[in-house]
Design a protein around this ligand. Structure first.
Ligand code: TYM
Length: 329
C-alpha cells in the first residue's frame, strides 16, 4: 500500500477550510492507503511560543479528527513531538536547504509581514521540518489544501538532493486531493483564505454552535443576481456553492445553480438553506469531538498507539538514511 501522510498545526479550532482542503480526504484515504496523520506541535512553536493552551489544542485536533471519522485503529494518529526521529531527519535535511530558497517561501514572507518581531530560525526552516515529517515515512501522497503546494515542491527538492548526494532512499511526495485540483476555501467576506487566525466571524469552525453558524453564513458576502444568463461566478459566490456542495444534497445545489444561471438567484434563500445544511453537518461532529476531548484516557491511548506505529516506520527510514550518509559506526 502507498504511504500517505498529512499534518495539522494545533494553533486554533479547526474550520471548514481544514475539513474541505484536507480532513475530508484523510477519511476517504484511510481505507485505501497506509496512513499517518499527525498534530504538528513543533511547527506551532514557530509562531505561537506561548504554550499555555498547547496541550488542550493538541487534544482538540486529535478529537476533531476522530469525530470527523478517522479511525485510530486504521491509521496512525500521533503527535509530532512523540516521534524524535523526525527531528534527526530535519537536521540532515537542513544541510540540503538553502537560505535563499527558504527566504523566498511565500508562507515565510507572509509570516514575517504579520509578525516582524519574531523571525526565528524555526520559522525560516519550517518547510524543512515539514519535509522531514513527510519523508520520515517515505510518504508519496500528501492530502493538503492549495496553500501547501509550495511546501510540497520544496519537500521534493530536498528529497532529490538527498538522493543525489547519498543514494536513493527518499521517494518524492505529491500534494493530493480526490477531486484533482487542490482546494482553497475562501473567508466568508471573500478576502483571502479561510483561516484559524482570521476574523472569527468570517471562519466557520467545526466547534461553532448552531446559532453561530447561522449568523456567520447569513452575513457572508454576496452580490446582486447576475445580469446575464450563465455568467461566471465571482469567487466569493463560487465559494458559497463549494460549501454547499460539501453539505447539501445534489438537488439543492442544482436548484441554486440553475437559479444563478437564469439570473433569478435569491442569495438570502441560498444562505438560509446552506446554514441549515451546514448545521446538520457540523452539529454531530461538534458533539462527538467534545465527548472525546473530555475523555482523557481515550485521548492518551489514541496518542500512545499512534506514536508507536509512527516511530516504527520512522526508525526504519532513519536507519536507511544514516546508512546512506555513512553514519553507521
Ligand atoms: P494548517 O494547520 O494550516 O492546515 C491544515 C490543513 O488544512 C488545509 N487548509 C485549507 N484548505 C483549503 N482551504 C483553506 N482555507 C484551508 N486552510 C487550511 C491546509 O492546506 C492543510 O492541509 N504546514 C501545514 C502543517 C504540516 C503538514 C506537514 C502538512 C506540517 N507538516 C506535513 C502536510 C504534511 C499547515 O500549516 O497546515
Amino acid at each position: 500500500k502507498e504511504v500517505v501522510l498529512s499534518g495539522i498545526r494545533p494553533t486554533g479550532f479547526l474550520h471548514l477550510g481544514n475539513y474541505f482542503g484536507a480532513m475530508r480526504n484523510y477519511v476517504r484515504m484511510q481505507d485505501e492507503y497506509n496512513c499517518y496523520f499527525f498534530v504538528a506541535n513543533w511547527h506551532s512553536l514557530t509562531t505561537h511560543p506561548d504554550t499555555k493552551e498547547l496541550q488542550s489544542a493538541v487534544h482538540r485536533v486529535i478529537a476533531e479528527n476522530v469525530a470527523c471519522g478517522l479511525d485510530p485503529n486504521k491509521v496512525s494518529l500521533y503527535v509530532q513531538s512523540d516521534v524524535p526521529e523526525i527531528a534527526e531527519l530535519y537536521l540532515y535535511l537542513n544541510m540540503l536547504a538553502y537560505k535563499g530558497e527558504l527566504e523566498k517561501t511565500v508562507t515565510f514572507k507572509e509570516k514575517v509581514r504579520l509578525n516582524p518581531e519574531n523571525v526565528n530560525a524555526g520559522l525560516l526552516t519550517y518547510p524543512v521540518l515539514q519535509a522531514a515529517d513527510i519523508l520520515i515515512h517515505r510518504a508519496v501522497k500528501v492530502p493538503v489544501g492549495k496553500d501547501q503546494e509550495q511546501h510540497l515542491e520544496m519537500a521534493r527538492n530536498f528529497a532529490q538532493r538527498f538522493n543525489h548526494r547519498y543514494g536513493d532512499v527518499l521517494p518524492e511526495p505529491y500534494a493530493f486531493n480526490y477531486g484533482g485540483e487542490l482546494i482553497k476555501i475562501l473567508s466568508l467576506d471573500g478576502n483571502g483564505k479561510m483561516s484559524k487566525s482570521e476574523n472569527q466571524m468570517n471562519t466557520l469552525y467545526l466547534a461553532d454552535t448552531d446559532d453561530m453558524l447561522r449568523k456567520k453564513i447569513m452575513k457572508a458576502k454576496t452580490a446582486e443576481a447576475p445580469a446575464e444568463p450563465n455568467s461566471v461566478k465571482p469567487d466569493f459566490i463560487e465559494n458559497l456553492f463549494t460549501l454547499m456542495s460539501l453539505v447539501s444534497t445534489p438537488d439543492t445545489l442544482e436548484k441554486f445553480n440553475t437559479d444563478f444561471n437564469n439570473c433569478v438567484i435569491r442569495y438570502g434563500d441560498m444562505k438560509k438553506q446552506l446554514a441549515e445544511d451546514m448545521i446538520a453537518f457540523v452539529a454531530p461532529i461538534r458533539e462527538k469531538a467534545a465527548d472525546i476531548q473530555n475523555d482523557k484516557a481515550l485521548l492518551s491511548s489514541i496518542i500512545k498507539q499512534g506514536a508507536e506505529k509512527a516511530r516504527e516506520s520512522a526508525a526504519a527510514t532513519l536507519k536507511e538514511v544514516r546508512q546512506a550518509i555513512g553514519m553507521n559506526y
